[in-house]
Design a protein around this ligand. Structure first.
Ligand code: NAP
Length: 251
């Protein structure tokens, strides 16, 4: 089935939620482009696991914040698969826990560049390929927001929270902009999910600390976020666009 199946690009597909989305997409018959920034070994492991299950996948390097990388990444997918049906803008970063009065301009710019500009650049390339206005066959985009967009993350990372709010507003706007062109655009906003992102922000104990604040009293599994993403990509969500789907155990 996967040999002629639809094609999805998952940015930041090498680890965490992105790796779970890539695996879930392959199980549903997608051919998967697994983007990564630096960790080629992890991306290749995701590809190998998909292929071992009889699916088709490719690893594709690229920093989503760099326009040239994004353009090259989409060109590589065009060359390998010759079509694009879905994009999951999953690549995202946090920085160290800090107050705004401790944040450098460099940090703020990186936070916006990866989380916001990266999402927009990848969506732009997808729209250029999917929009019926450009001769495409339509498609679906899912962006990864965060409950941080609503909570604001004071004392932790207001920059990240503001970037995720931008991603969610961008989802609303782009959904309406391309609604007549066969493209649905939605967001999934996770709460606390067990991945390496917390350690990358210098808080390896973050899940332990915050678990009690979640109404369901547990963190989410990457697969639980992937299931919501795959539903939004699917035909079952054919009338759903501009939705921000919170998947957070009630937070
Ligand atoms: P993660 O485990 O830290 O993985 C991040 C992924 O993004 C990796 O594949 C990484 O690639 C990639 N990446 C980082 N910077 C990139 C760049 N500039 N260009 C391309 N790829 C890049 O993160 P996660 O927890 O799975 O988070 C995935 C998404 O969910 C993010 O958007 C995050 O903000 C959002 N989210 C997560 C949580 C949570 O609790 N985990 C909650 C709410 C929202 P390398 O492997 O090459 O570094």
């Amino acid at each position: 089935m996967s040999k002629a199946g639809p094609v999805v690009l998952v940015t930041g597909g090498s680890r965490g939620i992105g790796a779970a989305i890539a695996a879930a997409a392959a199980r549903r018959g997608y051919r998967v482009a697994v983007n990564y920034a630096a960790n080629e070994t992890a991306a290749k492991a995701v590809v190998d696991a998909i292929e071992a299950d009889g699916g088709e996948a490719m690893a594709v390097a690229g920093d989503v914040a760099r326009e040239a990388d994004v353009v090259a990444m989409f060109a590589a997918i065009d060359e390998r698969f010759g079509r694009l049906d879905a994009l999951v803008n999953n690549a995202g970063v946090v920085d160290r826990k800090a107050r705004l009065d401790q944040m450098s301009a460099e940090r703020l710019e990186r936070m916006m560049a990866v989380n916001v500009v990266g999402t927009m650049l990848c969506a732009r390339e997808a729209v250029r390929r999917m929009s019926t206005k450009h001769g495409g066959k339509g498609g679906a985009i899912v962006n990864l927001g965060s409950v941080a967009a609503r909570l604001g993350s004071p004392g932790e990372y207001v920059d990240y929270a503001a970037a995720k709010a931008a991603v969610e507003t961008f989802t609303t706007g782009l959904a309406r902009e391309v609604a007549e062109e066969g493209i649905r655009v939605n967001a999934v906003s996770p709460g606390l999910v067990a991945t390496e992102i917390h350690a990358s922000g210098g808080q390896p104990d973050r899940i332990e600390r915050l678990r009690g604040m979640i109404p369901m009293k547990r963190e989410g599994r990457p697969e639980e976020i992937a299931n919501a993403v795959l539903w939004l990509l699917s035909e079952e969500a054919s009338y759903t666009t501009g939705a921000i789907l919170t998947v957070s155990g009630g937070r």
